[in-house]
Ligand binder design. Sequence first.
Ligand SMILES: *[C@@H]1O[C@H](CO)[C@@H](O)[C@H](O)[C@H]1NC(C)=O
Ligand SMILES: *[C@@H]1O[C@H](CO)[C@@H](O)[C@H](O)[C@H]1NC(C)=O
Length: 466
Amino acid sequence: MQSPPKAALWSLSRLRCLLLWPKSSGQPEKLRPTAYLDGLRGFAAFLVYWHHHELWPRPPNKTNILEEGFGFENNHYFVAYPGIRNFFGGGHFAVSTFFVISGYVLSAKPLSLIQAGDQAKLADNLSSALFRRWLRLYIPLICTTFLFMTSWHAFGLWIEATKPQATYGAEIWHWYTQVKNFTFIFNSGSVPWLTYNFHLWSIPVEFKGSIVIYTALLAFSRCTKNARLLCTVFLLFYFMYIVDGWYCALFTAGMLLCDLDQLAAKDELPSFLNRLQPFKTIIFYHLLVISLYLGGVPVHGTDINNLAKNRGWYYLSYLKPQAFFDYKWFYLWWAAVLLVASTPRISWLKRFFETSFCQYLGRVSFSLYLVHGPVLWTLGDRLYSAVGLARGQEQVVHIAKWVNIFPLPMTGPFGLEVAFLVPHLILLPVTFYCAEVVTRAFDEPSVKFPQWLFQRTLGRPAKIPQ
Ligand SMILES: *[C@@H]1O[C@H](CO)[C@@H](O)[C@H](O)[C@H]1NC(C)=O
Ligand SMILES: *[C@@H]1O[C@H](CO)[C@@H](O)[C@H](O)[C@H]1NC(C)=O
């Protein structure tokens, strides 16, 4: 046992590691072959941050500029131009990309075991993966929403879209009833988001998609190569064209890409794909352009007739499968799949995602996702109000002290106005600092703890591979 002063010193040094920049990590690590996927995920997480900020301080009739296509209702803005628009309103594109990457990464190890015919190791691997998945996804969510809820209750911070409970006890109960429903993916009777952090709707979706991947891998694990590929393609077709399984289709596509990549590395691709090899580069440049175009699908509402009214989308609107309710996911499926497929085959793009900037974004991506909303709704809302970009009447009533105390000019193109950009001198460092702390405090432990726990549940002397 540690003596009390020693324990205090130890906790203090832990706290210092947690809160102080930078992390002394020593030598830079060698990049993994799939490091570009981490970089892509990180960059995509940053686009989610940027998208939510672009929307927040603008009235609804202005956000349409980003959410409808270029030229819609005679609005011609730089930020809405095809290709460019992905950098300003690319949040949904980013989320679709997360899911394809997840499907790819989750299936990498199991697929290599399946291809090697190693059934015993596959069983070990899948059991460990399934055991850990829920904990890995939900521990950070539970901890961060609890802290967020506690902090604004303790400091009496006003936050739009939340109704504070009378007491902290009632608040905890309110939080608890929401979070517990949120962790139960088979619950169909409650709203699919948390009022404590709306953006986290994608976490249960991530968990569901993971289960689709692990079960599909297990189901196809005894098939021959061609049968496995055919079954995967059929599953994709089912999710895309027969039922509205958009997120299942995104995950499954990642799994298929991973299978094909691993086969290609061993020169075992089906022969018709092999014949395309000489034209690889030119093909993937085209696919990238198509991806960037489709990634900019107008996302205002779910009415396909509205999509058809957007310039450049009339004929494309006929492609939507009958089964899809929210058409955007159909186009985003293609966009995300083509992006993930073409990135490793276009060398400058791959190198960009391997830069230390993108790798850093990748390391903190989950935490950035978890904290960017709360920082926006607390600090962001107040800073935007201060510079003259109050979101609406509610801000004028509830945070009156902040409104217009430091008005800045709206010079600059839409989406890049001075008044909008200046608050980011504070918001970016604060958000990234919070993301770094959450990475160290919750994200990394939520990977290690389930591993430790899983090992503890095994009877000795079983040895389970990672
Ligand atoms: C957009 O909404 C604001 C208030 O939210 C209003 O003042 C403005 O006139 C509207 N603009 C248009 C073009 O409808
Ligand atoms: C939780 O789920 C149950 C059962 O579906 C539902 O009745 C209840 O209203 C939900 N609670 C919340 C806070 O969403």
